[in-house]
Design a protein around this ligand. Structure first.
Ligand SMILES: [Zn+2]
Length: 117
């Protein structure tokens, strides 16, 4: 996890600056503790056509997931809803990123987070 804590902020900024060139570190909120909690509480479920899925509260792993895919899938799902961007609207201040941007970040950190065999 310390590797991700050290690496992820710069990678997120690199990806997000393509859309928002002026974004800086204080515009990002990292919910590390919530991500760790989702990993610790991950559960198996009968998923089809995917090894895992997540929302901002829980992670589910397919009950037929190969053991070799468990760790990268857990890390992959934990990186969704990890970062929120400051965007002040009527209803909120922090807004989650799009999955495409999150996947871009994952691939740059380690493409095994995206391509699992
Ligand atoms: Zn994903």
């Amino acid at each position: 996890m310390s590797y991700f804590r050290a690496t992820a902020p710069d990678v997120f900024l690199t990806v997000l600056r393509r859309r928002a060139p002026d974004i800086c570190r204080r515009d990002l909120l990292f919910r590390w503790e919530a991500a760790v909690r989702r990993v610790e509480q991950a559960e198996f479920a009968p998923l089809e056509n995917m090894w895992g899925q997540t929302d901002d509260r829980r992670i589910q792993l397919a009950d037929n997931i190969p053991v070799r895919c468990m760790l990268p899938t857990l890390l992959h799902e934990a990186m969704h809803f990890l970062v929120y961007q400051r965007r002040v609207t009527r209803s909120s201040v922090w807004k989650e990123l799009g999955a495409d941007e999150e996947h871009d970040v994952m691939e740059r950190i380690d493409d095994r987070l995206i391509f699992m065999y």
